[in-house]
Each structure stands twice: as structure tokens, then as C-alpha cells.
Design a protein around this ligand. Sequence first.
Ligand code: NAD
Ligand code: IPM
Ligand code: MN
Length: 349
Amino acid sequence: MKIAVLPGDGIGPETTRVALSVLAVAGDVYGFSAEVTEHPFGGNAIDSHNDPFPAETRAALPLADAVLKGAVGGPKWDTGEIRPEQGLLALRAELKVFANIRPIRQWTKKIASPLRDELVDGLDMIIIRELTGGLYFGPKELTTETGMDTCRYSVDEVERVARYAFELARTRRGKVCSVDKQNVLSSSKLWRNVVVERVAPDYPDVELSHQLVDSMAMKLIEQPLAYDVIVTENMFGDILSDLAASVSGGIGLAPSSSLGSARPGLYEAIHGSAPDIAGKGIANPTAMILTVAMMLRDLDQTEAANAIEAAAIHCLEHGPTTPDLGGSATTDEVGAAIAALIQNREVTA
Ligand code: NAD
Ligand code: IPM
Ligand code: MN
């Protein structure tokens, strides 16, 4: 398999490097070889190419079976005319990855949630965030007097991501919650109409509910166990998934995949470049390692994916862990522990 790696900025390269070492060990043990190529992307690419998404990186993507991306951005590029984040939006658009799959799980009871135990016992939901439309991609304008972003959705954009959610729900507990703000926004009125009229009738076996985004933030704190598959607009999904990741035990544990109708998919942790801890060697690599597991599952390396996930969970339960989880291990030590568990086949899923 060919993997195009975009290491990114801040803790991006630190966590990606460790995730790649876990991928290599899994390849040895489970009999596949990952041909990894690295490409400039994000803030470092602004420095080297004056472009967060250089042409040479763009050209490499169609050759890959999957794109693995570390977080991008940081204070160095916050005030420049071109931002790393623009490159990220261009990348998602280029790959046409309209469905961002963000699993939110209680990986183990050993990891504390900020919520009471009984509120998160067995937590297992998937947030599907629409990723190539909405407020991020509508017409924009910035003058010295006004700033404007436009939230625009077409029927097709809503329908394809909603169908993805219903299909996924069928493989799980059969529940979809669609989140919008249809009491105010036209884009949300369209969203809800499409979900109700064009998609739900094809899935009578799936239980559909709707929640306005503001009260959804409340519900995710008060009763996160009520949810199975959540599907929502780009920016709502961005915000709710950080909240939900925290509820599940921390942003350092939350992986994601971004999928379109063809390969390559894009695989990225949901956390950012964490400028406050970058360079210290203490970032939690678990989110990126679980992201590699999602990637391998999509590339039909199910056994390897299961082993990586089981090893990561074992490490959360028995240590070592990084300081965000109360431990004192480094990024490398956690990666090495997970790799050793896989190498020695000490855990099986
Ligand atoms: P952040 O996710 O980078 O950090 C928020 C907090 O979580 C920080 O305290 C950080 O130390 C902590 N944290 C995040 N990941 C961690 C990990 N793996 N281990 C331990 N602690 C971790 O969010 P932010 O500070 O709002 O954003 C920083 C930069 O990252 C910004 O430039 C933003 O645009 C960018 N960003 C990039 C991506 C991406 O590339 N996918 C995602 C989100 C944010
Ligand atoms: C994420 C990030 C990005 C987003 C930023 C860095 C553009 O927050 O992947 O969640 O908002 O999509
Ligand atoms: Mn985000």
C-alpha cells in the first residue's frame, strides 16, 4: 500500500512519526508493506514553498492509497497572508472527502472523563461531520470594515453525507441524530428537509431524531450515551466533536477519517498542532495511532487495525501515558510501548 504522509506542524510531525513506526511494526507482523512518502504541507510548506499545499504535494496524492496527515498551523503563521489552514481546506476539497468520520468512544474505563462515570459508561458514538461545504467553503469577504462568511448547502451535498450516516447507522445501533439550526438558518432548513424527505424514507429501519445545535452541545454533556450516529454541518461538527472528544477522555485520543466516493481517503487526528506543548516530546500519540488503525481498516488490513487499536487501549489501561492523561511518559515511549505490544502479539482484539 502507498501512503502519502503530510507530517504538518507543531505536534503534527512528533505524533505522525510515532504513528508511522507503529504502522511499520504492524506491517512486519501482519505481512504487508507500507510504502511511505512524505510531502510538505501546512506552515512548513509556507516557509519552504510559500504555499501550504504545494503543487508537488498535490501531484503526489492520486498515487496514494491513503493520505495520512499530521496537524497543521501555529502562532508563527497566524498573522501571515497565507495560512496553513487554507491548505487544509484545499486538501479536503481536492480529495473530495465530504464525510469526516469522528468516532467518540470510551476506549477504556481507566481513562477519566470530566463527566461522572455513569454518564459515559460504554460511550460509543460516531460524529459525521460534513467536510467540504457550509460556512468553510461559501463566499467570503474581508475588508477593513466588514467580514463575511456564507453558509451554503446544496441538496446533493446534504444528501450524500446524510446517506453515509444512515448506512453507517445500519451497521451499528440503527440511530441517526441530525443536528442543525433550522430555527434560524436557511442552510439548516434545507439540511433538515433533505434528511427528512429525500433520505430518511429509504431507511425506515433507522430511527431518526433531530436536535438544534445549541441544545445538542448541552445533550452531549448531559446524556452522551443517547447517541449512535450524529450527522451535521461542517462547522457544527468541528465544534461538537472537540466537545465530545473531551467527554470521551481527551482530545489526544480522538482519531478521524475523511472519506469521499473514491480513494485516497484522508486520515487525520481531530486535535491541532498544540503549540503550547510542541517540541517538548510529550504530545499524546494515541489519536494518530488510532487514526492509522482507521486507515488500515479501510485498506482491508482488519487484523492489523484491530491489533493496533487493542494495543493502544492496553497502553491506556496499563501505561505508559503522556501528561495529558496524568502520566509522565514521552510521545516516543508511548509509541514504543504500543509497537512492542503489537510486535510481541501480546494483545489481540
Ligand atoms: P489544539 O487541538 O492544537 O490544542 C488544544 C489543547 O489540547 C492544547 O492545550 C493542546 O496542548 C491539547 N492537545 C491537543 N492535542 C494533544 C495531544 N495529542 N496530546 C496532548 N495534548 C494535546 O487546538 P488549538 O490550540 O485551538 O489550535 C492550535 C493550532 O492547531 C491552530 O493553528 C489550529 O488552526 C490548528 N489546528 C489544526 C488541526 C488540523 O490540522 N487537523 C486541527 C485543529 C487545530
Ligand atoms: C479540524 C480543525 C480544522 C477545521 C482547522 C485547522 C481548519 O479544527 O480538523 O477539526 O476546522 O476543520
Ligand atoms: Mn477542529
